[in-house]
Ligand binder design. Structure first.
Ligand code: ARG
Length: 282
């Protein structure tokens, strides 16, 4: 298996952390009294962008807006599938204006944007993947969307997503406030397999994941606490937190190539590599 993994080149949308700060607390990782080193955050973020480009990926950037300190977490802005943009409606009032800023970018890049009517935080809670060995599988398009709920994105939004894209949406209940977005507890390894931390999910949702992905790579609480599940994979290279060493080792055993990228300053806001990365699927 090692060396058989093939990367697929991606198009990512990111937002420079020029105005990044921890000014309010909307998840348990955020402590507004903890100082953020803005220069270090900039360096870490630049290193992530370099890592993507070095591996052949295309990176677009949206202009950061002052007074939107969480705008760097581009994943939350939308879910983009087959060139169609399902825009977010943020849970926290502090983040709601981000939707307009991202919508402006998407429109200027030639995309129409649908805005969710219910609370929905984009790729933070919506993760497209294909079912392994399923008749639903197709070479074009994305057969299913895994959709988190419990802390941010609502069940109503899951229905809206299904209607909008016409793909089955599988609702998964998150139960641990530390893992408040689906992308803090689960990421896609390649077109049909995932890596996740089971205890972040309700018993029923755990069972659903075990049925759909019997060959998933399972992560521990340590891996999740080290931001290991907030990774981005291109099918071969996994851009992963360097603090999730054990997980990186397991991924290597499965034939993936871990590419460590340290985003420690962003962990203070409850974010990591995937949170900073929106994938534009055309
Ligand atoms: N401070 C941000 C929030 O709580 C962090 C968002 C992290 N993004 C993510 N995709 N998990 O909304």
């Amino acid at each position: 298996m090692p060396d058989s993994r093939v990367p697929r080149l991606r198009r990512f949308l990111v937002c420079e952390p020029r105005h990044f700060a921890v000014q309010y607390a909307i998840n348990p990782w955020m402590h507004p009294d903890t100082p953020v080193d803005v220069d270090l955050a900039q360096d870490q973020w630049q290193a992530l962008i370099r890592a993507y480009r070095t591996h052949g990926h295309t990176v677009d950037a949206v202009d950061p807006v002052a007074d939107l300190p969480d705008m760097v977490f581009a994943a939350n802005s939308a879910l983009v599938l087959a060139g169609r943009v399902f825009g977010s409606y943020f849970h926290a009032p502090q983040r709601r204006p981000e939707s307009t800023a991202y919508e402006t970018w998407f429109k200027s890049a030639g995309f129409d944007v649908y805005r969710s009517e219910s609370v929905c935080e984009g790729e933070g809670d919506l993760i497209p993947v294909s079912l392994p060995h399923s008749r639903l599988r197709s070479s074009e398009g994305t057969p299913i969307v895994l959709a988190g709920t419990g802390f941010r994105t609502t069940r109503e939004a899951h229905h809206e997503v299904q209607e909008f894209f016409g793909v089955p949406v599988i609702g998964l209940k998150l139960v641990d406030p530390l893992f408040y977005h689906l992308d803090t507890a689960l990421f896609v390894l390649d077109d049909e397999n995932i890596c996740y931390y089971p205890e972040a999910f309700s018993p029923g949702s755990r069972e659903v994941l075990a049925r759909l992905f019997p060959d998933a790579v399972l992560a521990t609480r340590e891996d999740a606490m080290a931001w290991g599940l907030n990774s981005v994979s291109d099918g071969r290279h996994v851009f992963v937190s360097p603090y999730a060493e054990a997980l990186a080792g397991r991924l290597a055993d499965h034939g993936y190539v871990p590419v460590p990228v340290d985003l420690s300053e962003f962990h203070k806001a409850g974010g990591g590599i995937k949170c900073c990365t929106q994938e534009i699927r055309s």
